[in-house]
Write a protein that binds this ligand. Structure first.
Ligand SMILES: [Zn+2]
Length: 192
C-alpha cells in the first residue's frame, strides 16, 4: 500500500474522532451513525443482502449510505466491520454506486485503507500510548475489539513506540486533548 493512502486513512480516523467528539474508549460506532443523517445501519438478519463470504457491505442510494453488517457475528467483530465500512464512506470509496464489500483478506488498497481507518478509529495510537496499553489483551479490553485485531494493533504499537514520534501532526495533538480527561481518569483509577 502506498504511504499517501495510509496517511489519508490515519488522518481520516483523527478527523472522525474530532468531528464526532469521541473522547473515551471504547468508541461507540453506532453513535457516529446516529449523528450522521446520511448513514443508516442495517442488520443482515433483517435485510438478508450480504453474500455468504462477507461481513459487511455499504450501498449508496440517493445520497444515503446503507451499512449492512452480519449481526450474527461476535459484537467485537461487528464493531470492526462497521468501523471498516465507515472508513469506505469517509475515505470517499463509494463515489460510484457499486457495493464495496468487507473481505477477509486484504485485496486492494481501498480494503487496506478501510482497515487502517477502523484500527485507528477504534484503537487510537496516542491514547494507547498515554495509557501504556501495549499488550493485545489490554488493547482488546480497552477498545472492545477482537483479540485478533488487537494483536495487529500490538504489533503496530511496538513500531510506533520505537519510533517515538508522537504529536508531530496537529490533529493527533487535538485527539489527545479531546481524550485528556478520559486518560487522566483512567490513569488515576477514577474509571476502570
Ligand atoms: Zn471493505
Amino acid at each position: 500500500m502506498d504511504y499517501g493512502k495510509y496517511k489519508n486513512a490515519r488522518n481520516a480516523s483523527w478527523q472522525c474522532i474530532l468531528d464526532y467528539n469521541i473522547n473515551s474508549l471504547p468508541v461507540i460506532v453506532t453513535n457516529i451513525i446516529r449523528q450522521s443523517d446520511n448513514i443508516k445501519l442495517m442488520k443482515n438478519s433483517e435485510v438478508k443482502k450480504l453474500p455468504n463470504d462477507k461481513s459487511g457491505i455499504t450501498i449508496k442510494k440517493k445520497d444515503i449510505f446503507y451499512i449492512i453488517y452480519r449481526d450474527t457475528e461476535p459484537s467485537r467483530r461487528c464493531r470492526f466491520t462497521i468501523a471498516h465500512e465507515l472508513g469506505h464512506i469517509f475515505l470517499g470509496h463509494l463515489l460510484i454506486n457499486t457495493p464495496v464489500y468487507r473481505t477477509f483478506t486484504v485485496r486492494n488498497d481501498n480494503e487496506s485503507a478501510a482497515n487502517v481507518f477502523a484500527r485507528d478509529l477504534l484503537a487510537p495510537a496516542c491514547v494507547l500510548h498515554e495509557l501504556k496499553a501495549f499488550t493485545a489483551r489490554n488493547i482488546a479490553n480497552l477498545c472492545n475489539i477482537s483479540l485478533e485485531a488487537a494483536t495487529y494493533r500490538e504489533k503496530r504499537m511496538k513500531e510506533l513506540e520505537l519510533r517515538n514520534a508522537w504529536y508531530l501532526h496537529p490533529m493527533e495533538e487535538q485527539v489527545y486533548k479531546q481524550f485528556e480527561m478520559y486518560i487522566k481518569n483512567k490513569k488515576s483509577g477514577v474509571i476502570r
